[in-house]
Design a protein. Sequence first.
Length: 335
Amino acid sequence: NYILAIESSCDDTGAAIIDGNKIISNVVASQKIHEIYGGVVPELASRAHQQNIVPVVDQALKQANINKEELKAIAYTRGPGLMGSLLVGGSFAKSFSQSLDIPLIEVNHMQAHILANFIEDANDEKPTFPFLCLTVSGGHTQIVKINNYFEMEILGETIDDAAGEAFDKAGKILNLPYPAGPIIDKKSKIGNPTKFKFAKPKIEGLNFSFSGFKTSILYFIQKEVKANPNFIEENIDDLCASIQHSIVNILMEKLKKASDETGIKQIAIAGGVSANSEIRQRLKDGETEFGWKTFIPKFAYTTDNAAMIAMVGSLKFDQELFTENTAKSVAKYHI
Ligand code: ATP
Ligand code: FE
């Protein structure tokens, strides 16, 4: 059963085709335009989606070597995300499903980040229920208990900035281009992770907070640059490594707490920040340190992609969980 999936929640236009849990094609057009603004500009994102959506879907079909008449359903990201971006993918998916007279399937983007772990080639092994997932992306930081494919509980989440935002905003302070996460990751490999120490957020339970952390970096850098205008350039690798190490420590501490409190030792990771090499390594270390069994999806399925939307589409198709053509896109959409 070939299912086409459309992803357009933020600044990447994606289309993928799945058969069961096997990805046949997965195409992403990333929008370069936002780099010069140091962040995603919603209006520009929406326009770029309009430009990209038809060619991206076309390419997904071509790469899969199938005709649109062979599709059994269309899955799309209903939310959460930027309204103008969601509307482009949503409108396209609705019209396309109507013209082909096949079912429409709505997908929650955050559920999809998690369920990407079930794509055939995402992992060697698949998690069994229940498992925990640390979802870390540009807009979210959550510890989720997954009871079943469509029954998820948020055990903890950020009360302000997301982990990805912490990376990107720290990068901005260091004059790095947007998105800074991957650049910080790269520079960290040759830097000293314990050279600089930043204030750890004091927050109880399983929630996160990153805004105070970002401010502590800002004040520290301002102070140092006053004394030495070349401070950033001279210490960039150590700064990156120290910032990354602090963020990963914060994430790991809460994840360990969640595992201890629930007794669940199957731990998955999802979202764009899960592409980070230190977090992947630390999670893996948890296998020997804490007796965890970990699930770390391959890179292409961590940052925004349509393959993960297709995976959910396929699971919903099997249960005939279809969506009315009148469904409205939702900017805030809880899992
Ligand atoms: P959401 O899924 O919450 O709506 P989003 O879709 O914009 O947000 P993703 O595409 O999942 O977010 O992730 C993008 C984020 O991941 C950015 O903040 C980026 O800096 C970060 N990121 C990507 N690669 C890495 C990396 N190697 N290390 C750290 N952060 C990274
Ligand atoms: Fe995302």
